[in-house]
Ligand binder design. Structure first.
Ligand code: MRU
Length: 352
């Protein structure tokens, strides 16, 4: 699946498969302005670290078109555009791919001081397309490296959705599963439901089932029992941000799954592209954790399931300490502890 993020050049619109409605309805949400992009990111029309990076890149192009319509490329257009870029970069705080994409585009703009606004918009559209294409290639490489670690007949647990929907296509954690299957192995996936937004039950189950990959949904709180019963051979998850020491910040509940995997002697893998690694942030405890609306917890759809006015914790992510991670699977290969060294080496080898 690669058609869930599509830029329509004629309409000058980014068309997103609305992930809030899956699996029951497949509808498109159109973004034409910075405001649309920020709304789509914050309400999770589109979500998943690499997918929000790609969306942000197209968002910068749309922001440039918007400023062009407002100013005709005259006067204080640079200031206006900078403000919009900051608004996009700040839409969600945890996944580093969002700011990574905006900074990449901004750096290119900084390198062309004489460029007109038209030129900037055109260059950014090409860069957004390239980021989208590169992400698919990265996911496939992650799949090849990670797939080799799995064995025929494995039941693999995953948490949240780190699949095609969360990337430009193919997926990171689900890319590893797809890679193992392409290598001829039979793999069964256990998709943790992932309260409260249900990315596992709604999205992981949707995309795997659509591709004919065997998947069973489990309540988040069944994880310990399934592991104790020997029903899980491996865990693979994605990440929103991996810090310089190899801690991995991912969907709330991931840390608990990692602790349980360690207790039961089950390998726990994190699959992510280098764009998810933030070498400027020392540890997972230094990463800002998104605190989302209580309504996601108190309601299922429009139905209220909690008493009115009782406070709610709705932290969207948690950091898994690097010592619980068996390996980090990237497009440049499989990184092992000590992660501060293996991460540094992977970046050096990639010329970054
Ligand atoms: O809140 P979400 O749905 O954007 O969170 C997504 C995750 O936690 C994913 O596991 C992560 O972004 C990796 S996606 C390849």
């Amino acid at each position: 699946m690669t058609d869930h993020i599509q830029y329509d050049d004629a309409a000058k619109a980014l068309k997103l498969l609305d992930q809030r409605l899956l699996p029951c309805r497949e509808e498109t949400f159109e973004c034409r302005t910075t405001e649309d992009i920020v709304y789509a990111l914050q309400t999770m029309v589109v979500r998943g670290a690499p997918a929000i990076g790609v969306t942000a890149a197209y968002g910068c192009h749309l922001a440039a078109l918007e400023v062009l319509a407002e100013t005709g490329g005259e006067g204080d257009w640079k200031k206006k555009l900078e403000t919009k870029l900051e608004i996009i970069a700040d839409a969600r705080p945890t996944a580093v791919n969002l700011r990574w994409a905006v900074v990449r585009l901004k750096d290119t703009w900084d390198g062309m001081p004489e460029a007109s606004l038209d030129d900037v918009a055109a260059v950014w559209l090409e860069m957004a397309r390239q980021i989208q294409q590169d992400d698919i290639e990265s996911c496939k490489a992650i799949g090849r490296f990670g797939g080799a670690l799995f064995e025929d007949g494995d039941s693999v647990m995953t948490h949240c959705n780190a699949g095609a929907l969360a990337t430009a296509g193919y997926g990171t954690a689900l890319g590893v599963i797809r890679g193992a299957i392409e290598q001829g192995k039979n793999i069964h996936v256990i998709a943790n439901e992932t309260r409260p937004f249900l990315q596992g039950a709604r999205l992981t189950a949707y995309e795997l089932h659509k591709d004919g990959i065997p998947v069973t949904i489990a309540c988040d709180n069944a994880c310990a029992l399934l592991m104790k019963k020997g029903m899980v051979q491996r865990v693979v998850v994605g990440a929103d941000r991996i810090t310089a020491n190899g801690d991995a910040v991912n969907k709330i509940g991931t840390y608990g799954v990692a602790v349980l995997a360690r207790q039961h002697g089950i390998p726990f893998y994190v699959a992510a592209p280098l764009s998810t690694i933030d070498r400027d942030t020392p540890t997972g405890d230094d990463v800002p954790i998104e605190d989302r609306t209580p309504r996601e917890v108190t309601h299922v759809g429009d139905v209220q399931i909690c008493p009115t006015d009782v406070p709610v914790y709705n932290f969207a992510f948690d950091p898994t300490p690097n010592e619980l991670i068996t390996a980090i699977i990237t497009e440049r290969g499989v990184l092992k502890a000590p992660y501060s060294e293996s991460i540094q080496k992977a970046f050096e080898e990639a010329g970054l």
